[in-house]
Design a protein around this ligand. Structure first.
Ligand code: CA
Length: 334
């Protein structure tokens, strides 16, 4: 985006990167400066879903994978039981964090973030033009978590929508405050599958529009015409549609979700099923999962359990948020 660098992340919706991998700026407010919480101290109020221990069959088994995303080979991983947010963190949740800490997100520090062109609500002078290789993304000065469309927008009516314009580093700061952590990529996929082995979507293999819409994605002709037949042009409230078998809402569609892991397209081939945070350089791209309201079967078919994407940890955009998991004794992730 603008002078900070703007290569696409390689995902189908062309999410722009704020900085090139390996040359990023470290998060402006190190996680360590925030007072760490003890798990269960009440700061984090998102309802929990219990995911039992088991064996994850990880990767694409549907045949509609995206070349280059690294969804193969399908393989199995043992996953310990954990508790995960039933929904993504909402604007109301994030507002409590900001009120308690005074935290400034990276979008606020940089002064801009990436907004999908149909969602821009800003003065023309604040729109810096296409943000990178995808012309439907604009770098918008004044866009941040509390101004999701730009300087003229607000959170009015959006308390229960997912917080967006938060970078991976911002998500880490929230986790430190909340006494939580981001899910690993394997934990995220296991939770999203909701107990269904090998299914394409959290609800099974039925199409997303069978019997009514089951997720918030794109309808129409991308990127110019969105009929919003599912009810939503951009984000939907976190408890929209129906939860999966483990009680998780909207793991696919709505917003991409940051995971703890560093991203490598050949991770499965190399059997690096989970790259610990500490093992990747600070600016290495991080995993994003679940797709967003911009996904469409004809263009960015990533509203699937196994779909993978990534972006640099200082990048923020209007279609990415996060959910957290419980910290257990023995966890090695921050
Ligand atoms: Ca939609």
């Amino acid at each position: 985006m603008s002078s900070a660098g703007s290569e696409g992340c390689g995902c189908g919706c062309g999410m722009p990167q704020r900085s090139e991998p390996m040359t990023m700026r470290i998060g402006l407010r190190p996680v360590a400066v925030l007072a760490a919480a003890s798990p269960g101290d009440g700061r984090h109020r998102v309802a929990q879903a219990r995911v039992p221990e088991g064996v994850l069959t990880m990767g694409d088994s549907s045949g509609d994978r995206n070349p280059g995303d690294g969804e193969l080979p399908v393989h199995q991983i043992e996953v310990a039981a954990f508790e995960i947010d039933a929904t993504t963190v909402t604007n109301a949740d994030f507002a409590r964090f900001v009120a308690d800490t005074g935290y400034r997100t990276e979008a606020e520090a940089f002064g801009y973030s990436a907004v999908f062109h149909l969602a821009v609500d800003a003065e023309r002078a604040d729109i810096t033009g296409p943000a990178g290789v995808a012309p439907w993304w604009f770098g918008v000065r004044g866009a941040d978590w509390s101004h999701p469309g730009g300087g003229r927008s607000s959170l009015d009516g959006l308390d229960q929508h997912p917080v967006v314009h938060v970078s991976w580093n911002d998500a880490q700061a929230y986790c430190a405050w909340a006494g939580r952590r981001l899910p690993t990529e394997a934990e995220w996929e296991y939770a999203s599958r909701g107990g269904l082995v090998g299914a394409r979507y959290p609800w099974g293999d039925e199409p997303v529009d069978a019997g009514g819409w089951r997720a918030n994605i794109w309808q129409g002709v991308f990127p110019g015409v969105n009929t919003a037949a599912d009810g939503w042009l951009t984000t939907a409230p976190v408890r929209s549609f129906a939860p999966n078998g483990y009680g998780l809402w909207q793991t696919v569609g709505n917003v991409w979700e940051w995971c703890a892991d560093g991203f490598a397209p050949d991770a499965y081939q190399r059997r690096i099923d989970r790259a610990p945070v500490a093992s990747v350089p600070a600016g290495h791209p991080r995993v994003l999962r679940g797709g967003s309201y911009l996904c469409h079967a004809s263009y960015c078919n990533r509203y699937r359990n196994s779909a993978r994407s990534s972006n640099t940890p200082d990048s923020s955009m209007g279609n990415a948020g996060f959910r957290t998991v419980s910290v257990s004794t023995g966890d090695t992730l921050p």
